[in-house]
Write a protein that binds this ligand. Structure first.
Ligand SMILES: NC(=O)c1ccc[n+]([C@@H]2O[C@H](COP(=O)([O-])OP(=O)(O)OC[C@H]3O[C@@H](n4cnc5c(N)ncnc54)[C@H](O)[C@@H]3O)[C@@H](O)[C@H]2O)c1
Length: 312
């Protein structure tokens, strides 16, 4: 029988790619989104499909539908968006998790939470392993997101222990690809847009802080593999690309791939910006038989092609 899959935040960057993949693989997909950062345009290619339905709904309110699986992605993901209305951000993570877990309990669905490497905060352990508890500021500008996601994880594991729900938690590290928001302040989109527009490329701090970037296709592979694991596997499992680059190296790659003549300029580091983040993906390798395949160059090429089509 065709599986009915609910994707919350399905009209966003990752969610729209996930909906496409699920429909392609034969699922009946219900995409729920309040269009806070997502858009109908992101799922345009699916709107005519009989296996796809788009519903405007805010996950802070209960949802009564019949589904077999839930991917809970609803939550603004970039600092600019999640700090715009921080109270709403925490509500989306916490009330959203409660509502989706309640739904999963009622209809006995399997449920996956899109958590984040931000649960590790500004880590003292490098690379980060799932057993590391993190170093998060509970009262800073990023806390609405970090603590909201941490509380969502708590709820997932309490529903698992208390109500025996089938839960999966993936901790997503920086992911990039087509349909990222052009103005969301994230480093990959920032650099590409600035390069394409011939504007100065802003590097925060010295540019020596590192990040690891995972291409969206790789990320979704891992996420869908996690959903298919046996009921005894809950995670949390790190998903990301351990290949590490400094911001300076990334800027130089973007400049060379776009052929841009933009200059690099330096600005002060934002508060609470973690200096270093890199996933340890041993668990994903072991349990999911997964590792990222797309190189930074190839992924950047696809992403640059997308941004060329939307920013002139
Ligand atoms: N992209 C990354 O690098 C990354 C890294 C770590 C975690 N994540 C997580 O993955 C998920 C998807 O991220 P993304 O990059 O696609 O971000 P995104 O902002 O493009 O997508 C989030 C989607 O959720 C929707 N949404 C927000 N609040 C909602 C609400 N209250 N009710 C219903 N829908 C709501 C938005 O409109 C948007 O479509 C998020 O939960 C994010 O925290 C992403």
């Amino acid at each position: 029988m065709q599986e009915r899959v609910l994707v919350t935040g399905g009209a966003g960057f990752l969610g729209s790619h996930l909906c496409e993949r699920l429909v392609r693989e034969g699922a009946d997909v219900l995409c729920v989104d309040n269009f806070y950062t997502g858009s109908r345009r992101n799922v345009q290619s699916l709107l005519d499909s009989k296996s796809f339905e788009l519903m405007r709904h805010d996950v802070c309110f209960p949802l009564y539908v019949e589904v077999d699986q839930i991917y809970n992605l609803a939550c603004p993901a970039s600092p600019i968006h999640y700090q715009f209305d921080p109270v709403q951000t925490t509500k989306t993570s916490v009330h959203g998790a409660i509502n989706m877990l309640g739904l999963a309990k009622r209809v006995k669905a399997k449920i996956l939470q899109a958590s984040t490497s931000e649960v590790y905060g500004d880590p003292e352990v490098h690379p980060q392993v799932e057993s590391y508890w993190g170093r998060v500021n509970p009262i800073g500008l990023r806390s609405c997101y970090d603590e909201g996601k941490r509380c969502a994880e708590t709820l997932f594991f309490d529903y698992w222990r208390q109500h025996h729900l089938r839960v999966k938690v993936v901790r997503i590290f920086n992911t990039y690809g087509p349909r990222m928001h052009p103005n969301d302040g994230r480093v990959v989109s920032n650099f590409i847009v600035q390069a394409l527009q011939g504007k100065d490329i802003t590097i925060y701090g010295t540019g020596q802080q590192t990040r690891s970037f995972c291409y969206v296709d790789d990320l979704l592979d891992a996420m869908m593999r996690t959903m298919r694991t046996g009921d005894d596997f809950t995670g949390p499992v790190n998903i990301g690309n351990p290949g590490e680059f400094t911001m300076l190296e990334l800027a130089e790659k973007v400049l060379s791939l776009t052929g841009s003549r933009s200059k690099l300029v330096f600005a002060p580091l934002p508060a609470d910006d973690p200096r270093q983040r890199q996933p340890d993906i041993s668990l994903a390798r072991d349990k999911l038989g997964w590792e990222p395949k797309v190189t930074l160059e190839d992924g950047l090429r696809e992403t640059i092609a997308y941004f060329r089509s939307i920013v002139a």
